[in-house]
Design a protein around this ligand. Structure first.
Ligand code: MSP
Length: 666
């Protein structure tokens, strides 16, 4: 197993972290924890991007020197990541000396390779993005397409990087590394962009001072992205002149490691085009993979400080604890896609999946039966007397553990959670069917022991599988089973694969609800604390003019739904990759549809009377992506294809432009 190195983007320090930035860091932490659990040497880096015009201006607004400003802004990030139990191994700030000297060393290597020259530059600049735009990339009124704010015309002397000379080299590299960018749809966008031919890149500025000076010409500071991208190797102590030893770099940078940059889709081009080109120029290996996740959105808009629609993690953690927030972020948003933040969905998942699902399973067996009827001890069982229903649950546990591991290997935490919760549901069904409370009453001690042991062992497996996402809840669950918290150790694979490690006689400590149920009143209180619900005025006698709320309630009862209800349905554009008929059904077609995830989804659609399978291949369709998987004719369907019909026939719903796979319909 190669060492594993995973990084978040380094965040601009112009504001405190919000739920959108939290999403990147939590996802990276989940994957790092999973790799540690597997015993793999793992390094997780995060940090801060502290230079550039944006920061210089922001410091000025606060009447501070830039260094003083960034020093004040750094602690809230570390505090937020600690609060969210994100266990990074290193935290880099681009104003640190260790970074500065390595960025200058990289510049010198690129320069020595003949890839830097001096010229003049003129174009439109968005300070929010810290990047130039051409006229045709802008929105009407010359607004930045991301920040929706006016861009500035900039004309100045600049050093250029000969990016144009890397067009073919990058295309060859992409060809040789088909997994370099994930998801695949985004990789295709990157390739199309490069295929159009690359322009040389301006990599220095003279009109402000807050940056790393260009070696040999301190009138220029480096372009903030040249500076920022280098953090991934400067934090590893990439070799500079006069330094012979770079043990961390040798261990965690390719070719000896697997190195993954987790980034938001907004900054993919910097990572998948500029960064490998800089590295190639310097004679260094590019990273193994760049994984571009989608955005956490609010009513379909990217959550961001500049758009003013952000939510802060602190009150959420205060209300639910960090594990629940981590779970929600990883569960509700398909990794690679955008996902709308919804309080309603957070409560629904909390009560439905955490409290009723996992919490109830633990409570019924450990808190209830084992405490009351088995002296709060893990019972002894003889594996040879287990019944078929027990063996089925054991098989399900094996299958779910293997599949969840595959999903986490492929960086699909949402799919891993789907699979883990399949085991939760199966174990709850098992308890319903075996009815241990009846066994306790009838005095069938042996069978009672078998059922409780089997369920507790499933809970032990679950305690390991949830650890990357909910480390504290994992420890609480394990404490109830009489087990110590998970302590990952290098070279020891702790992922569950052997049934029966729970020792008979272990003292259990059941009783406390793992996820106490939140009732409607508590929900309202929490929403009020989060500032989502206004404090309700006492009910007033009805007046002639009905209030806004009355009108809204009336509209709901007249066959309308709220916009929040509508946004609960996750609609995506997917491309049909494979299609075939299902034997013995003239109606059902089995489709493999790519919706921008790590692998296509299998969706069964009842459209076989209207379409031949081959007619559908390559078509872009609208998919409902957040339905629970269900079985039809023994096959799993992971979504629904939308279609409309009239008396004449049926048509699947597509799009009339060639949209990117996985695009959200709203
Ligand atoms: N400083 C650059 C990154 C340099 S990396 C060498 C930057 N910083 S940022 O603070 O503006 O954003 C960093 C990252 O935060 C985004 O790419 C993305 O990963 C994450 N997110 C910011 N808002 C987000 C959402 N609303 N949703 C999900 N992730 C978001 O760009």
């Amino acid at each position: 197993m190669k060492p594993f190195y995973i990084t978040t983007p380094i965040y601009y320090v112009n504001d405190k972290p919000h739920l959108g930035t939290t999403y990147s860091t939590v996802a990276t932490d989940v994957i790092a924890r999973y790799q540690r659990l597997r015993g793999r040497p793992t390094r997780f880096l995060t940090g801060l991007d502290e230079h550039g015009l944006k920061i210089e201006r922001r410091a000025k607004e606060d009447g501070l020197e830039p260094q003083e400003f960034v020093n004040r802004m750094a602690p809230p990030f570390q505090e937020a990541w600690d609060m969210l139990d994100c266990h990074y191994d290193d935290f880099i700030r681009t104003t640190e000396a260790r970074h500065r000297k390595r960025v200058q060393a990289l510049w010198k290597r690129v320069d020595a390779n003949g890839d830097i020259y001096l010229d003049n530059y003129e174009d439109w600049y968005c300070v929010g993005c810290e990047r130039f735009y051409t006229e045709k990339e802008l929105l009407p009124d010359r607004l930045c397409p991301d920040h929706k704010k006016p861009v500035e015309r900039i004309k100045e002397e600049s050093y250029f990087f000969k990016l144009s000379e890397y067009t073919q080299k990058l295309l060859d590299f992409y060809e040789a590394h088909p997994n370099f960018v994930k998801p695949e749809g985004r990789f295709n966008e990157v390739k199309s962009f490069v295929k159009e031919g690359l322009r040389d890149l301006s990599i220095s500025r003279t009109s402000f001072r807050w940056g790393i000076p260009v070696p040999a010409n301190s009138a220029h500071v480096m372009y903030v992205w040249f500076d920022a991208l280098t953090n991934y190797i400067s934090a590893l102590g990439a070799p500079t002149e006069g330094e012979e030893q770079a043990p961390l770099f040798d261990k965690f940078w390719p070719p000896k490691s697997e190195t993954i940059h987790i980034v938001g889709k907004d900054i993919l081009r910097f990572h998948a085009v500029f960064w490998p080109a800089f590295l190639m120029s310097a004679g260094l290996e590019p990273p193994t993979q760049v994984w571009a996740h989608g955005w956490l959105t609010v009513n379909g808009e990217k959550m961001s400080k500049s758009l003013g629609n952000f939510l802060s993690p602190e009150p959420m953690v205060a209300a639910f604890g960090s594990d629940v927030l981590r779970y929600y972020l990883m569960r509700d948003v398909g990794f690679g896609q955008d996902g709308d933040f919804s309080h309603a969905s957070l409560f629904a998942r909390y009560n439905g999946e955490l409290s009723n699902g996992l919490g109830n399973l633990l409570q019924r067996i450990v808190g209830g039966i084992v405490t009351n009827h088995l002296n709060a001890k893990v019972p002894h069982v003889d594996p040879s007397t287990l019944q078929d229903i027990d063996k089925e649950l054991i098989q399900t546990a094996h299958r779910c553990s293997e599949q969840a591991a595959c999903h986490l290997d492929a960086i699909a935490p949402n799919r891993a959670l789907d699979t883990i919760w399949e085991l939760v549901a199966s174990a709850n069904r098992y308890v319903d069917q075996t009815a241990p409370w009846t066994l306790a009453k009838t005095g069938d001690k042996q069978r009672l022991a078998e059922v409780c042991y089997t369920t507790m062992e499933a809970l032990r497996w679950l305690s390991v599988m949830i650890w990357p996402i909910m480390p504290n809840k994992s420890s609480e669950l394990r404490a109830q089973l009489g087990l110590a918290p998970i302590m990952p150790t290098e070279d020891v694979d702790l992922w569950p694969n052997a049934w029966g490690a729970l020792l008979a006689g272990t003292q259990t400590k059941g009783g406390t609800a793992l996820f106490a149920r939140i009732d409607k009143d508590q929900e309202k209180q929490i929403l009020r604390r989060l500032g989502v619900l206004d404090v309700e005025a006492p009910a007033k006698p009805s007046t002639k003019t009905s209030s806004k709320k009355d009108k809204k309630d009336k509209a709901m009862t007249e066959g309308h739904i709220s916009i929040d209800d509508f946004f609960k349905v996750e609609l995506r554009i997917g491309e049909v990759k494979e299609a075939e008929r299902i034997p013995k059904s003239d109606k059902l077609l089995k489709l493999q549809i790519d919706i921008g995830e790590s692998k296509p989804r299998q969706i069964l659609a009842g459209i076989g009377k209207h379409y031949e399978p081959e007619q559908l291949i390559g078509k872009k369709l609208t998919i409902v992506a957040n339905l629970p998987p269900r079985k039809m004719m023994g096959l799993e369907s992971q979504g629904m294809v939308l279609a409309a019909s009239d008396a004449e026939g049926l048509s699947v719903l597509g799009v009339d432009k060639d949209l990117v796979i996985g695009s959200k319909v709203s």
